[in-house]
Design a protein around this ligand. Structure first.
Ligand code: ZN
Ligand code: ZN
Length: 387
């Protein structure tokens, strides 16, 4: 056993000294390698990774680099393991940890932050001012797993206890990987936008965040919830998740449709998840005077923005950065209560050893993949053995 003496372990969950981990070489190049199993420090636990969902941001990191930042720069050829939307089982406790138990199922959010900067002290750890500073002379202890520290495309990972969310027994491993996606939508709706029951919402773009945005908005009591997109099958999933109206932007003008549905008033809140170049301007036309816009996606080029319209109409705009302010816990509460079925966005499952194929499904949207999940086999065998 390689764990230090001050780390608590339990014979039911034997921990090997090494594990298989996917390691990023050059852009787009992942190889399966042996790595030591990391040991949890103070306020950390070791999570045996059971399932990981692939996120569009993983693809950004693997092919382009940012927002990953390792030792002050891009993540290539530094032994870095990506993957951030994972869940698993607590198998070891760092010194002083009694908040979680060995054997407890948990899912994770990404950012632990540094815990000492102005934003972390305000609870805005996703906006930590010391992002990526966790090495050498600038070691502030910042952690964002799969971004600035090793992530989940492996068998074991250490996590700060503040990034853990308990997973209810009635939730599958696959569903539990979606908590952070629903938590990001929750953060955009409640923490940033202050959404309250009865307010009207448009979500533009039925990707994973957009679809969870619809589900969470509806569960929060928004009325009506309107979803726009280009593909009818995605819009249909949106309806199943709670959209009162769906608009296919290839068939009708979304601004006119929103105005018609709201009898000319527009909505209180638009969550822009489409990354369309004109998305912000269309959102500004859909929202009512004094309304709010959350920007949850971005085009790669800088779009021309009608600022005069924003100014004259007292429109608030929020950029969303991650899941923040423990919104994941509130999202998990909704999912535990079956307020919406997040599994509707889970489309494919692969074995962890088939990660490159799973990434291809996610990247090229093979078979209209939405959320692709990879699973470790050890999870299966150990659970069967325990039954
Ligand atoms: Zn993600
Ligand atoms: Zn900080």
């Amino acid at each position: 056993m390689a764990m230090p003496a001050n780390v608590k372990t339990n014979g039911d969950y034997p921990i090997p000294e090494t594990m298989k981990a996917w390691v990023l070489g050059n852009p787009g190049e992942l190889t399966l390698q042996d790595k030591p199993v990391p040991a949890p420090a103070r306020a950390e636990v070791l999570v045996r990774i059971d399932a990981v969902a692939i996120c569009a941001t993983d693809l950004e990191i693997i092919y382009h680099g940012p927002p990953a930042m390792i030792q002050g720069g891009d993540p290539y050829n530094k032994g870095f393991t990506p993957g951030h939307e994972y869940m698993g089982t607590v198998v070891a406790l760092g010194p002083g940890v009694d908040e979680y138990k060995i054997g407890e199922r948990v899912t994770v959010e990404i950012h632990a932050g540094c815990g000492q900067c102005k934003r972390c002290r305000e609870g805005m750890y996703t906006s930590c001012h010391n992002y990526g500073k966790n090495y050498g002379d600038v070691d502030k202890g910042h952690r964002a797993n799969g971004f600035t520290t090793d992530g989940g495309f492996c068998e074991y990972q250490v996590n700060n206890i503040n990034t853990l969310v308990h997973v209810d027994d009635n939730m599958t491993d696959e569903e539990a990987t979606l908590v952070v996606t629903a938590g990001t939508a929750m953060y955009g709706l409640t923490e940033l936008g202050g959404l309250v029951a009865g307010e009207s919402v448009v979500v533009t773009g039925p990707g994973p965040i957009g679809l969870m945005g619809v589900a969470v908005a509806k569960a929060l009591g928004a009325q009506p919830v309107i979803l726009t997109g280009t593909r009818d099958n995605r819009l249909e999933i949106g309806k199943q998740l709670g959209a009162d109206h769906v608009i296919n932007v290839r068939k009708e003008d979304p601004v006119e449709a929103v105005r018609r549905i709201t009898e000319g008033k527009g909505v209180d809140y638009v969550v822009e998840c489409s990354a369309a170049p004109n998305g912000i301007n269309e959102a500004a036309q859909m929202v009512n005077r004094g309304g709010r816009i959350c920007l949850a996606a971005f085009p790669h080029e800088a779009p021309a923005v009608d600022i005069a319209h924003l100014v004259r109409n007292n429109i608030y705009i929020y950029g969303i950065r991650g899941e923040g302010k423990s919104a994941t816990h509130r999202a998990e509460a909704f999912m535990r209560q079956k307020r919406f079925d997040a599994t509707l966005i889970h489309t494919h499952t692969f074995d962890m050893t088939d990660l490159p194929e799973a990434l291809r499904y996610a990247k090229d949207r093979v078979e209209d993949a939405i959320k692709v999940v990879v699973k470790n086999k050890h999870a299966e065998s150990q659970r069967v053995a325990a039954e």
